[in-house]
Design a protein around this ligand. Structure first.
Ligand code: CP
Length: 313
């Protein structure tokens, strides 16, 4: 297994072999995280910048802890208290931080393409932590890791992604990753949020919720991305919840071993009932746990690591 990329900008450009290298490296780092001493010196002397220009709980904390577990120094860029507020551009901000000898930039930004833009002029590695509605590569990698860990495989599984697909970077990255790994992906939600154009990405589109979840091995729920919707896409949250929310009644129409996933943050009572979110079929918090191992793997690989064979046993 080998990895030769300096950046992780998206899933679209990765091969199945590269995705598998990340997943196998993450498996090795998950084992490291289960030891008494959870730190390794893989990034000792390196500096990681957490450049989050958009809110985040899971991804920001996960990347910070991943960098610390690899013994890197970490700058958590305070976007709200930074000179961005005085009109400094993203490019100037990044170049000034790079002048502090930063080695890896992790960027979350509301603009699609912001990580690709940084990668054009920085010497440092760039990792996409979510860019607008474009991609969220490490979310898709941790989702794939979780599916493989729980089900033993991805190829041939039926995965239904339910909700606001149009504005979801998680959906796009998941579609790329899961179809490359051989899963059958179905998309479902209101027609305004699930355009048939997504069929061109190799997945099935349906507006019939019961049919979409009936034979799914995995049901991945997405919240409504209000922050990215520029107009009203459906009459109201109440109507959305009644037509597309995963309720206990609807859960009875699914396979008994179907896993319930959600990237978070969850909106209880809208896309998912609380009892399901906290129930035994939910792997939502395991996704968060696995995100740490996946992000350790990504930081290790973009810093020149080749694959799991280099992670100390
Ligand atoms: N899943 C996810 O990206 O969550 P955060 O926005 O909290 O990072």
């Amino acid at each position: 297994m080998s990895w030769n990329r300096k950046h992780l900008l998206d899933i679209e450009s990765l091969s199945a072999a590269e995705i598998n290298t990340v997943l196998e490296t993450a498996r090795a780092f998950k084992a490291v995280g289960e030891r008494a001493i959870k730190k390794v010196p893989a990034l000792r002397g390196k500096t990681v910048v957490n450049l989050f220009i958009e809110p985040s709980t899971r991804t920001r904390c996960s990347f910070e802890l991943a960098a610390l577990r690899l013994t890197a120094d970490v700058i958590n860029f305070p976007a709200e208290a930074s000179s961005l507020k005085k009109g400094e551009t993203l490019k100037d901000t990044a170049r000034n931080l790079e002048s502090l000898n930063a080695d890896i930039f992790i960027i979350r930004h509301s603009a699609a393409g912001a990580p690709h833009f940084l990668a054009r002029f920085l010497n440092a590695s760039v990792v996409n932590a979510g860019d607008g509605a474009h991609e969220h590569p490490t979310q898709a990698l941790l989702d794939a890791f979780t599916i493989r860990e729980k089900k033993g495989r991805i190829e041939g599984l039926k995965v239904t992604i339910l909700g606001d697909i149009l504005y979801s970077r998680v959906a796009r990255s998941n579609i790329w990753a899961l179809t490359k790994l051989g899963a059958q992906v179905t998309l479902c939600g209101p027609s305004t949020l699930v355009p048939r154009a997504f069929e061109q990405m190799g997945c099935r589109v349906t507006y019939n919720l019961e049919e979409a979840i009936a034979d799914a091995d995995i049901i991945n729920l997405l919240r409504i991305q209000h922050e990215r919707q520029r107009k009203t896409m459906f009459p109201g949250i109440g109507e959305y919840a009644s037509l597309y929310g995963l309720t206990k009644t609807r859960l009875t129409g699914t396979k008994p071993d179907a896993l319930i996933m959600h990237p978070g943050p969850i909106n209880r009572g809208v896309e998912i009932d609380s009892e399901i979110a906290d129930g035994e079929r939910s792997v939502i918090l395991e996704q968060v746990t696995n995100g740490l191992a996946v992000r350790m793997a990504v930081l290790f690989l973009v810093n020149g690591g080749q694959g799991p064979q280099e992670v100390a046993a």
